[in-house]
Design a binder for this molecule. Structure first.
Ligand code: SF4
Length: 235
């Protein structure tokens, strides 16, 4: 996706706004944390947060089913920025019980089993990661789906009981890529293979022209809900 001059001008303006919001979050809601899944938006936010030197923890959740390319990017990001990113894993006894009872790939069988898998591999580690925090930050964009279009830049996460900020909500995909290319920020190799949204390997496929960004996630399910319960109440 090529950036034109207007994109670069709007990106610079929006970058200043995000930097200012990040500083405000660090000042007013410490301790705050940024949840990165290492998608392209999250790499952009990582670059901005670390550039501001704001004391905001960056963490990620390794579900145990991530693609190799995501692990490669975590390693690359740690080298590029010289920081250790805190990685939370699911509780192994929950995974062992789920697999024993339902099977290793049971998430394909029913919506309920898929939701349970997301709950124990993603939502439960997220809850632990947010304990003691006053705010958390995401890289969600309104354009990504109808449900995300209903979010706000500054919000309150009722489930976890803390402030939630979505600083990139109004960024376009073109603007995100303009920033990434201009600053040479590392990104997941799967994005170059038509994976606009990347989650767990067995639940993510590439998309074709005209499909929306989230259509490669849980593609075998009803297309109106492509969420795992981390951000939008899908489950
Ligand atoms: S995305 Fe798939 S493998 Fe990952 S937690 Fe959800 S159901 Fe399980």
């Amino acid at each position: 996706m090529n950036a034109d001059r207007d994109d670069l001008i709007s990106v610079r303006g929006k970058t200043l706004e995000v930097e200012s919001l990040i500083r405000k979050i660090a000042m007013d809601y410490s301790p705050a944390a940024f949840a990165s899944s290492f998608g392209v938006e999250d790499m952009l936010l990582t670059d901005i947060i670390l550039g501001t030197n704001a004391p905001i923890e960056i963490f990620s959740i390794d579900t145990g089913r991530l693609p190799r390319e995501t692990h490669d990017l975590i390693a690359k990001a740690q080298t590029r920025y010289g920081v250790r990113i805190k990685v939370y894993f699911p509780r192994c006894e929950l995974i062992e019980a789920y697999v024993l009872e339902n099977g290793i790939n049971a998430f394909y069988d029913t919506v309920e089993l898929r939701e349970t898998c997301c709950r124990i591999r993603k939502v439960e580690p997220l809850r632990r990661a947010l304990i003691g925090k006053k705010a958390w930050i995401t890289g969600l964009r309104a354009e990504q789906s109808r449900t995300r279009g209903l979010l706000r830049i500054e919000d309150f996460d009722e489930d976890n009981g803390l402030k939630k900020f979505n600083p990139l909500l109004n960024w376009t995909e073109k603007e995100v890529w303009a920033y990434i290319r201009e600053k040479r920020v590392p990104y997941n190799a799967l994005h170059d293979r038509f994976y606009p949204s990347i989650g767990c390997a067995p639940c993510t496929r590439s998309v074709t022209v005209g499909e929306d960004a989230r259509s490669g996630r849980w593609w075998w399910e009803d297309s109106t809900n492509r969420e795992c319960g981390l951000h939008v109440k899908g489950i």
